[in-house]
Design a protein around this ligand. Structure first.
Ligand code: PLP
Length: 354
């Protein structure tokens, strides 16, 4: 006996990365930023007038949209702000995919995508990435997308960390009859963006988050950039007050301190290079990453390495899924944390630290 819709009863639900309580771990499992947010965020919080909280927040997060347009381009009308980009993705499924319709997404990729499709009662259409986790050709992709009304692509991809071909994505944007959603949660750690597609094609959405490069995962703020007509439609679907007043004030402060965000992103990229090199010297296969994490195939079974790291106080992510169950995903921490991680890896693998 169940009271829920059939598709809800039948599904497992999304399993987020562990947020441990009690024992202190070095958290390298959910792609958070190891550095604190901009001091401007602290100042905005300290000067926030709590008496304002008796009122509802501004429904469209106008000041955040304005700040986003100044930083990322286009006009405030091209932006929709979400309670994290997960909120925006939920809005996307509800706006663009009928119950029984088709939602497409690359695989392996962010494991929330198929869950959102299931929640919507939609058919799931995974699009397999190639052997080196790149996109298939535009022709193959478009054949696979037949009947889909939404295609979700993370670029750089998660959990693999690599960049996908801009040329192929542009070709898909041009020829796909549905909405192409490019999830750029990790774009600030890479040298690439597809934001310029938005001015070019009416069916492209690019999403960003303050959870990674801006060190604000706990705040919950996501940004979607698209044509005015797409934003207009998604606005009908979102909760009226989906972004609270405190989050709006702090997000604006964070967005206006680009120099601080860029500095941290550069530090993380430098750490990523160093850790990648060391792990390769230890015999690990590390995919080239353009994100704040790396995807590592150790020379020993990944579940054992995952457990060994956990015993030593390092929490990383392991996915028991086809094609990627021989790897662990490791978020970049501070340099000191990563030195500890590398020592733990050397011990587990029985190699001298290079
Ligand atoms: C590809 C991708 N998109 C979106 C998110 C979620 O971002 P947010 O914290 O803005 O909901 C994540 C988080 O891990 C992610 O990996």
């Amino acid at each position: 006996m169940t009271y829920s819709r059939k598709n809800i009863a039948a599904m497992a639900g999304y399993v987020p990365g562990e947020q441990p309580q009690g024992r202190t771990f070095v958290k390298l499992n959910t792609n958070e930023n190891p550095y604190p947010p901009s001091p401007k965020v602290g100042e905005a919080l300290a000067s926030f007038d709590v008496s304002r909280l008796r009122l509802y927040s501004e429904p469209s997060a106008a000041r955040v949209r304005r700040a986003a347009s100044e930083v990322l381009g286009l006009r405030p009308e091209n932006y929709l702000i979400g309670n994290g980009s997960d909120d925006l993705l939920t809005i996307a499924l509800r706006t663009f995919v009928d119950q029984g319709g088709v939602a497409a997404y690359t695989e392996p990729s962010y494991s929330l995508y198929p869950v959102l499709a299931e929640l919507q009662g939609a058919q799931r259409r995974p699009v397999e990435l190639t052997a080196d986790f790149g996109l298939p050709s535009a022709d193959e992709l478009l054949a696979r997308l037949e009947g889909a009304t939404l295609f979700l692509v993370a670029n750089p991809n998660a959990p693999t960390g690599n960049l996908l071909s801009r040329e192929t994505l542009r070709e898909v944007a041009r020829r796909f009859a549905g909405v192409l959603w490019i999830d750029e949660a990790y774009a600030d750690f890479s040298g690439q963006t597809c934001l310029d597609f938005v001015g070019e094609f009416p069916n492209v959405v690019v999403s960003r988050t303050l959870s990674k490069s801006y060190s604000l995962a706990g705040l919950r703020l996501g940004i979607a950039c698209s044509s005015e007509s797409i934003i207009f439609e998604m606005n009908k679907v979102k909760d009226s007050y989906n972004v609270d007043m405190v989050a709006q004030a702090l997000a604006e402060a964070a967005l206006r301190d680009q120099a601080y965000m860029r500095g941290n992103a550069q530090r993380i990229v430098a750490t990523r290079r160093r850790v990648t090199e060391r792990l390769r010297e230890m015999g690990c296969d590390v995919l080239p990453s353009e994100a704040n994490f790396i995807f590592v195939r150790p020379p020993q079974p990944a579940p054992a390495v995952f457990a060994g790291l956990r015993e030593r106080g390092y929490l990383v992510r392991y996915f028991a899924l086809p094609r990627i169950d021989d790897r662990i995903r490791v978020t970049m921490g501070t340099d000191a944390e990563m030195d500890g991680f590398l020592s733990a890896m050397a011990e587990i693998l029985g190699v001298g630290q290079a």
